[in-house]
Ligand binder design. Sequence first.
Ligand SMILES: [Zn+2]
Length: 253
Amino acid sequence: MPDIKAFGQPAFVSPEEERLHRKQRLAAAFRLFARWGFDEGVAGHITARDPERLDHFWVNPFGMHFSRIRVSDLILVDHDGNVVEGNRPVNRAAFAIHSQLHAARPDVVAAAHSHSLHGKAWSTLGRLLDPITQDACAFYGDHGLFDDYTGVVLDLDEGKRIAAALGDCKAVILRNHGLLTVGHSVDEAAFWFFAMDRTCHAQLLAEAAGKPVHIDADMAALTASQVGNHHAGWFGFQPLFEMLTVEEPDLLE
Ligand SMILES: [Zn+2]
């Protein structure tokens, strides 16, 4: 197996170049979410922080199907929720949650949320995920639980409470709602969302069949450092991005 650290993340010569890169990854992430069935009506949003205006973020236009989103369709929202680039509306829930996450976590470049089936089903249990598989260890000690449900998130205080439940972690389970993941890149946030929904699915299957054996704490922590680091999340997205840009090059328009 190659040393994944040998594959470097890109460096940028200008903010314009970095912005375009983030937007391309963001458009691709939406299309992957559609492929994975993470779209449900108009629910769900992924945000990418602008590389220059750090309190602004790029997001999907409200009501546009994830499978159709191109780079040129993405909208830029400021810290007050105003759309400052693009002429389509923003989902107010997306702004209420994501603006507070981006404010609370300066290290976070991107955040992803959707009502994916397995994440949604798992969220009803009000429990953290257990380290029952190698892949689940990516979330060991690295996800929080927002143990409350108060309707569609439309106010900023609720976004702040979700940010508090996330803490320094890569993900948070929103009880009776779904999953939310963050990353140091769009690639990472999107890949963790995919991995976390799969992890929920695996634990639901395992617990339906019996009583899964837990990986012991020391080994789970070691595995978390191997499969759950920022670079591993970024790297997991690369083959998906390559596949998608070959099959659906119009996403880059
Ligand atoms: Zn939601």
